[in-house]
Design a protein around this ligand. Structure first.
Ligand code: ADP
Ligand code: MG
Length: 450
């Protein structure tokens, strides 16, 4: 194989990875050699090599193999001839097309499916959606940062990508960078190691819109937090839009510096609530159309989508996975998607969903019931009006989930397992003597099982 052959092969990847990812990550790869099943490419920076290895190795290996090359592994080497510099000088950086040109601030690839068109709006996510839409218009920065939070699989990443897609199309002049907090840390550590901190700082301070996903990741990682804080402040000072996501509210992220928490709260904080039945049904309907486009018109019995919307948990990713499996299976065996086939094919997911009451749900329901804020429920305050509901929540967590005492303790603000045990015993005791408590428990239990 030679560089020209590689030139042809790589063109075939453009469709698979998307145009901007292609020009950022694949286009610059220079084929060096193929030896003993290892294909080596020259890349301008180590970071880029790592990135391509992590995100596109499968695509590239697939394309190479398809063209007949005998290759099982990829290697990326910084070309020694070229100056190592393209890495980082902002002055040498052309404005980013998709916001993540390989030689400027590297962001993560955007998922082409995560658009606003494909985002189904319902009560639980309408606020988050509206806020995301507003930011995507790219007008004057009115709330900064936009902080989106919610449980896993509720659409945080989807919304962030949707904002990025929209901005990149509407305002190609803007430098939009999306990355996960983990990638931010990775970049930061690499800059430290390669003594490129000045470049790192300048680069991150030169973006127009910065999106950092899953920011809870940097909790407890002190120097990364520190750097994130400075980047954040520098951008806010320049009136650049920042969009952050996390799996919980800023105030509830443990081991995050107080000043960062308060900074994160200073803009607009919106949460994505767990999906409800209507939203799940809406999402299933939309995804069914997409599956039909992919699998042809597999017939489906009435009531299947309703059944799934009822029975499967709030996590949209699980819902999606179930539907995909159903379609793949039905089209494989050439059968209609009946209720029976659904139950057979998804037995494990349905079983899992059945006993899925999460500690978060318990805490939320208990908080609502006793009118206690979540932060108090998991916080340190010991007054009876808070401590008792907390013990009730611990009791429910012990009885209704498969979590261990230490795990429950951790979810209640990092308490010791003996504290949880004490709480559970106390409630067991009160259940026999205090009819109000007994009634509360019954009510909560029923609400959670519903
Ligand atoms: P999170 O980042 O909150 O964990 P994701 O954004 O990755 O969740 O969403 C998980 C999956 O569910 C993705 O495939 C996403 O497209 C899909 N999804 C989540 N919410 C919606 C929605 N409202 N409409 C359509 N798809 C959704
Ligand atoms: Mg996510």
């Amino acid at each position: 194989m030679d560089n020209a052959t590689w030139g042809h092969i790589k063109e075939s990847l453009a469709g698979a990875v998307g145009k901007s990812n292609f020009s950022n990550w694949i286009e610059p790869l220079e084929f060096a050699q193929l030896q003993d099943g290892v294909a080596t490419f020259h890349v301008p920076t180590n970071f880029m090599g790592d990135w391509v290895q992590r995100n596109y190795a499968d695509n590239i290996l697939g394309a190479l193999t398809k063209s007949g090359a005998d290759v099982s592994r990829l290697k990326f080497a910084v070309s020694s001839g070229a100056p190592r510099q393209p890495a980082a000088k902002p002055t040498a950086t052309p404005p980013a097309q998709a916001g993540h040109d390989a030689f400027g601030v590297p962001g993560a690839p955007l998922d082409p499916r995560f658009t606003f068109e494909r985002f189904v709006v319902g009560k639980p996510n309408e606020l988050a959606h509206a806020a995301a839409k507003r930011v995507a218009e790219g007008g004057e920065v009115t709330f900064n940062p936009l902080f989106l939070y919610g449980g896993v699989g509720l659409g945080k990443t989807h919304l962030m990508h949707a904002i990025a897609h929209e901005l990149v199309t509407q305002r190609p002049d803007l430098r939009v960078v999306y990355l996960s907090a983990e990638q931010f840390m990775y970049r930061f550590i690499q800059a430290l190691r390669e003594k490129q901190m000045m470049d790192f700082k300048q680069l991150f301070r030169s973006v127009d819109v910065l999106m950092v996903d899953d920011v809870q990741f940097i909790a407890g990682k002190d120097s990364t937090q520190e750097e994130f804080f400075h980047t954040f402040n520098a951008l806010v000072d320049q009136h650049k839009q920042i969009i952050i996501s996390a799996d919980r509210a800023p105030g509830e992220i443990k081991d995050l510096e107080a000043r960062i928490k308060s900074r994160l709260q200073s803009g607009l904080v919106v949460d994505l609530h767990p999906t409800d039945y209507e939203l799940r049904l809406g999402i299933l309907q939309q995804k069914t159309e997409q599956q039909r486009a992919a699998h042809g018109n597999v017939p489906m019995a009435d009531g299947v989508l309703e059944f799934l919307a009822h029975r499967i948990s709030t996590n949209v990713r699980v819902l999606e996975g179930a539907l995909m499996r159903l379609f793949a299976f039905a089209s494989l065996v050439g059968k209609e998607i009946s209720l029976e086939l659904t139950q057979d094919c998804l037995a494990d997911i349905l079983r899992e969903a059945d006993r899925k009451v999460t500690i978060e749900e318990i805490q939320r329901k208990v908080g609502e019931h006793y009118n206690v804020r979540l932060s108090d429920l998991i916080g340190p305050r010991r007054v009876r009006t808070i401590a008792r509901p907390r013990q009730v929540a611990m009791w429910l967590a012990k009885k209704m989930t498969s979590r261990s005492l230490p795990e429950i303790g951790r979810r209640f603000g990092g308490r010791d397992h003996t504290t949880v045990m004490h709480g559970v015993r106390k409630i067991d005791e009160l259940r026999g003597t205090d009819s109000q408590i007994a009634e509360d428990l019954e009510l909560l239990r029923r609400a959670l099982e519903a």
